[in-house]
Design a protein around this ligand. Structure first.
Ligand code: DQA
Length: 142
């Protein structure tokens, strides 16, 4: 029972990056919330962030045979990357897509996701609590 939580580009800046959009919570706060939720749900949590698409693809590949579920905030790559989609498809691990903001009330280019149709479900617009909801749902389904 291991849930891998992956964060894409620019999420290292959480808390200081456009706080009116993304809030004041930092990525360290997100990580702490994920570990707390993992403990409550009796699942192991692995947490990772990168600004490098290739590194993200390698981290996703390493989930094959290792992770029970993947919680992914692919950030801008959500809207651009067939490569990340293909990596997720390749590993055969259930995907839970998370966004801090409600992408549907933002720019039109954020309305399309290369991940949503290969996800169990999508959580967006609930701030960093979305990570908690995704972990809880994923843990219930293990
Ligand atoms: C985001 C939404 C994306 O559109 C954006 O590029 C991000 C963060 C979110 O969590 O709201 O970097 O994934």
């Amino acid at each position: 029972r291991k849930i891998v939580v992956l964060n894409g580009c620019n999420l290292n800046l959480l808390g200081t990056r456009e706080p009116e959009t993304y809030g004041r919570d930092t990525l360290a706060d997100v990580e702490a919330l994920c570990h707390k939720t993992g403990k409550e749900c009796n699942v192991e949590i692995a947490f990772f962030q990168t600004n490098h698409e290739g590194e993200m693809i390698e981290r996703i590949q390493s989930c094959r045979g290792d992770a029970s579920a993947l919680v992914l905030n692919a950030a801008a790559w959500t809207h651009t990357s067939v490569a990340i989609r293909d990596a997720v498809t390749a590993i055969n691990v259930p995907l839970y897509e998370v966004h801090i903001t409600n992408v549907h009330r933002r720019d039109a280019f954020r309305h399309h996701s290369f991940l949503s149709d290969i996800s169990v479900g999508v959580i967006c617009g609930f701030g960093i609590q979305g990570y908690e909801y995704a972990i809880r749902k994923a843990a219930l389904s293990l």
